[in-house]
Design a protein around this ligand. Structure first.
Ligand code: GLC
Ligand code: CA
Length: 560
């Protein structure tokens, strides 16, 4: 690839750091992270060398789904602070050269939103059509699967108006009716409101679901989470996103990223190719779904590196000519990277978390890095359902129990796969509650905080934290790591992930040992010495037969 042919953009060259505000830093002792807490940590965030921050929802919300149920799109959640706090936070990020991306949750609102309250008041209220209804006189509505419902159904019966409303997520998250032009207008106005405040983009929650199929047909033979793919094929999805682009997005220098359940290699270009004028980037789920069945029960594909490489490689190369991709290991919906993709045992935690960070920051596609991974935070692995806050784990536990299924097995799997694992408070230091709060944290702090915390790692030049800082610098200083062509080597190797990045005349080799044992890698060894750009071990062994990599060793070498 030639740099001069690349369509350069700040959102391709930047590293995104995701902040889940509830768990970042509490400033007033109520046990809940807040905007003033983030303000206190602005210099820390800037010290990481990240360029863009994505904030999970901070809007007014009854918090049934931790802010993904919004009751007022133009105001701040009481627990998080005020609009003045937000303005201060935004200015603080901008002063440090960091852009701010907000969550846009418009597939559904909260059932506490004024629109929904109005819609529920009578069948002919002007807001009725802001949501999707099925009048009971038409009989039982066609099957729709819900992500979170305790009974698994996405239709909830509303007695006062004798009708069902649609909720792909929880009952308290009714789906907005995008078919109604007034709804689209309200949403676009609200987006302008935030852009005029100066925000730099949106991460769009389950945006692939906004267009529903006319008249709610039966999806023949499709049940359970297989409905995700059908939900993502609504007939007017691209029409709405194009309209959003024309009405709103194109007027600002901003970035957009779709959370894209149901996206795949066949349909992704319709969403992100430049000439489509829809969105900039998308994130898919293929790699995080490898190793789990329905309800996140862990299966035999867990940590299957060969299949993983196949998925990552296909997604990395599909944007060679058009569009642009993302790289991520986790977020607030998935387990900690070191537990899921690495080895979080005391012997290998540090090296495996450094390896995983190396992967994200040397791959093609914008890296989305989740808070706490820079210190190698691990899964919380709660033993009891009572420790969980997440309605997904709780509702599935109850659903499984009601069906007479194995709820204990679900709990065991969720120690590895559950969403609350990544939602525990950031471990700042070894004081009570890890320095997150002086009160009682809303979700338990993970027990290993006395060993794994920011303060200890600041002192240690070899810590995952300081290694991450080296990585962000490395990416910034090497456009080959951003724009260079990606090529997979040794596709069938079960332990080694090796690939090159090539731009103009430069070639960079990335060697990663995804195992807790030494591995030999039969690649013709290059001159190493000064050409090693980063290495999570003090040295690299090689001889005529190739390289020998230590457990979870990660090395980046300039080979041409
Ligand atoms: C997305 C969010 C998740 C939320 C869901 C419903 O998947 O990331 O946290 O529960 O959408 O809004
Ligand atoms: Ca607080």
């Amino acid at each position: 690839m030639q740099l001069k042919q690349m369509y350069r953009q700040w959102w391709k060259e930047g590293v995104v750091y995701q902040i889940y505000p509830r768990s970042f830093q509490d400033s007033n002792g109520d046990g809940v992270g807040d905007l003033q807490g983030i303000i206190k940590r602005l210099d820390y965030i800037a010290s990481l060398g990240v360029d863009i921050v994505w904030l999970n929802p901070i809007y007014k919300s009854p918090n049934n789904d931790n802010g993904y149920d919004i009751s007022d799109y133009r105001d701040i959640m009481d627990e998080f602070g005020t609009m003045a706090d937000f303005d201060e936070l935004l200015a603080g990020f901008h002063a440090r050269g960091i852009k701010v991306v907000m969550d846009l949750v418009v597939n559904h609102s909260s059932s506490e939103h004024e629109w929904f309250k109005q819609a529920c008041s009578s069948r002919d209220n002007p807001y009725r059509d802001y949501y999707h209804w099925w009048p009971a006189e038409k009989g039982t509505p066609p099957e729709r699967w819900s992500f979170f419902d305790e009974e698994g159904s996405a239709w909830a019966y509303h007695e006062p108006t004798d009708a069902y409303y649609l909720h792909y997520f929880d009952k308290t998250q009714p789906d907005l009716n995008w078919e109604n032009p007034k709804v689209r207008e309200e949403i676009f106005d609200m987006m302008h409101f935030w852009f005029k405040k100066g925000i730099d983009g949106f991460r769009m929650d389950v945006i692939t679901f906004i267009s529903k199929h006319d008249d709610y047909p039966v999806f023949e033979g499709v049940h359970g989470d297989a409905m995700i793919d059908v939900y993502a094929q609504g007939p007017r999805l691209h029409q709405y996103l194009h309209e959003m682009n024309r009405e709103v997005l194109q007027h600002y220098d901003i970035m957009t990223v779709a959370e894209g359940p149901g996206t795949n290699l066949d349909n992704i270009h319709d969403l992100v190719d430049e000439d489509r004028q829809e969105l900039n980037m998308n994130y898919h789920f293929e790699h995080v779904e490898l190793g789990v069945d329905q309800r996140k029960i862990v299966n035999a594909d867990f940590q299957n590196l060969v299949k993983y490489k196949e998925i990552m490689s296909a997604w990395a190369t599909t944007f060679d000519e058009k569009g642009w991709g993302t790289q991520w290991h986790t977020n607030h919906d998935f387990p900690r990277q070191v537990t899921w993709f690495g080895d979080d045992s005391p012997a290998h935690r540090v090296q495996s978390s450094k390896l995983l960070s190396t992967f994200l920051l040397t791959m093609r596609g914008t890296p989305y890095y989740y808070m706490g991974d820079e210190i190698g935070m691990t899964n919380a692995k709660f033993d009891s359902i009572d420790d969980y806050n997440d309605l997904m784990t709780i509702n599935w536990y109850n659903l499984t129990k009601n069906e007479g299924g194995d709820a204990e097995m679900l709990l065991e799997s969720h120690k590895l796969s559950g969403r609350d694992n990544a939602r525990t408070p950031i471990q700042w230091d070894d004081s009570a509650n890890a320095g997150f709060t002086t009160g009682k944290p809303w979700l338990k702090v993970t027990g290993n905080y006395p060993e794994i915390n920011v303060a200890a790692q600041e002192e240690d030049p070899d810590s995952p934290l300081n290694y991450f800082r080296q990585l962000t610098r490395l990416r910034k200083e090497n456009l080959t790591l951003v724009y260079g062509a990606y090529e997979l080597l040794l596709p069938d190797d079960e332990h080694i992930y090796a690939f090159t990045r090539k731009l103009d005349d430069e070639v960079i080799l990335v060697l990663l040992n995804y195992s807790s044992h030494q591995q030999h890698c039969a690649l013709e060894p290059a001159l190493i010495g000064d050409n090693v750009m980063i290495n999570n071990y003090p040295s690299l062994q090689s001889d005529d037969s190739g390289y020998t990599l230590e457990p979870w060793q990660a090395v980046v070498i300039r080979i041409a």
